[in-house]
Design a protein around this ligand. Sequence first.
Ligand code: FES
Length: 111
Amino acid sequence: MSDVKKEAKIRRLVCYRYNPEHCPQSYYSVYDIPFVLSMTILDMLDYVVRNLDATLAYIVHSRCNQGLCARCILKINGKSRLACLETCDEEIVIVEPVDKKRVSKDLVTKL
Ligand code: FES
């Protein structure tokens, strides 16, 4: 198998991290995700928590997964998007909260 084919199956997810209880500074964590066709950003975050890093905080409960509730809104590669609808076209995906001033932990913001 060529390296190009092998690389095409991986997406790099770069996630904003912030936990004021442990560290006053934010930082980014990097995860390599095995890519599946039509995988959404929310699917990628689910994969991270289930397989790579259970400490990453993001919306898990009470989500519609259909673009209706807007609870999954995140800044994805610099643009505000619904993570449950946004698929992964880029090899590197940077995920941040829409409003970093209201972050309670990582990708979770206060209402
Ligand atoms: S989970 Fe409801 S809009 Fe994305």
